[in-house]
Design a protein. Structure first.
Length: 340
């Protein structure tokens, strides 16, 4: 199926969805109360790579993803491995049941151009959850869409380092810099739809805002992070954030929650990690360091017309030509000297 046909198919599916649920679409993301927490609204151009992964049937927001090309996104492994949740009606790893909303910080102002359907889901093969620690490691996931978004002022892809040395160099300009540690004067940023709603009994429950939220991020030393997360020396002595390539950070907003897994760590305008909110402390976020080789491998495999594929085909043609010439060269020489 061509890209144009895929987009027509997506448009037809969307038209049916919008007609059926015109008045209730994104009701799961409605906001009932704004808490006075130190966060802000991002500009459209600032967070134009941030996307919402949703279930098609009920428009339920499931996690956050980030455009690394106009057709491919990076999120957390805990996102792709947990959707749809393992029910009989929605068995695991059925990507056709899900969609991605991008290009709008307000999820109510949507058109077809903002929506694409998921084609495939991938995850880091080493992804693993330590149940006794309630912590994910190698927590990276990837999403491929049926057809690409269109680049615009409101929608584009995130910037990231294109080699491991450059990534490490950029990372340690911030991580380990005292100005960016908790209590310092400088901040990185993250974006998500987390929110809370007050209940009649005085408690709060996790909900989602219809508007993308921006929060400031600072880093924690491993010992401080362990004490805030577990408050138990027995457990903390057996777990190392550094060994698992996890960046522990504190967030200025308390509203982010489990369905914000996949949120980006942005420092100096570049993506440095993919985050999941700690289960017992909404101020704490675990950011998985990027695996640049995975991203480059994932983005180079485009359907049909990728530059990488074209270069590969050209190099194969040249190699084959050289090999053939080596084999036939003796026969050419013999023919030239003995039969002329």
């Amino acid at each position: 199926m061509s890209e144009a046909e895929e987009m027509r198919q997506d448009r037809n599916t969307l038209n049916g969805t919008f007609k059926l649920e015109k008045n209730t679409i994104y009701s799961a993301l409605d906001r009932r109360k704004r808490f006075a927490v130190p966060r802000s609204l991002p500009t459209n151009s600032e967070a134009r790579f941030v996307a919402s992964v949703q279930r098609i049937s009920d428009n339920e927001h499931l996690c956050v993803a980030n455009l690394i090309t106009l057709k491919k996104l990076i999120t957390s492994c805990s996102c792709v491995i947990n959707i749809p949740g393992g029910s009989k009606e929605n068995p695991m790893f059925h990507p056709e049941l899900y969609k991605v909303i991008a290009g709008s910080i307000d999820l109510e102002n949507l058109r077809f151009i903002n929506t694409r359907f998921i084609y495939k889901l991938y995850r880091d093969p080493r992804c693993f959850v330590f149940k006794e620690y309630n912590t994910w490691t190698n927590n990276l996931g990837y999403i491929e869409l049926r057809s690409p978004f269109h680049n615009s002022f409101f929608l584009g892809f995130v910037s990231y380092s294109i080699s491991e040395p450059k990534y490490i160099h950029h990372l340690y300009k911030y991580f380990g810099n005292q100005d960016y540690d908790e209590g310092g004067s400088s901040f990185c940023a993250t974006y998500g739809w987390g929110d809370k709603t007050s209940k009649a009994n005085g408690t709060t429950e996790d909900t989602h805002s219809k508007t993308l939220q921006k929060a400031r991020i600072q880093f924690l030393k491993s010992s401080d992070c362990l004490s805030k997360f577990w408050r138990s020396e027995e457990l903390s002595d057996h777990f190392s954030f550094e060994f698992q390539d996890i960046i522990c950070a504190v967030c200025t907003a308390e509203d982010f929650q489990w369905k914000d897994r996949g949120i980006p760590l942005i420092c100096g305008g570049k993506l440095l990690g993919i985050g999941t909110v700690a289960t017992n402390n909404a101020n704490l976020i675990f950011f998985q360091k990027l695996q640049i080789y995975q991203i480059l491998a994932f983005t180079s495999i485009e359907t049909g017309d990728s530059n990488a594929s074209e270069s590969y085909n050209k190099s194969c043609l040249i190699c084959h030509s050289i090999i053939i010439f080596i084999f036939i060269k003796p026969y050419i020489i013999i023919k030239f000297f003995f039969f002329n």
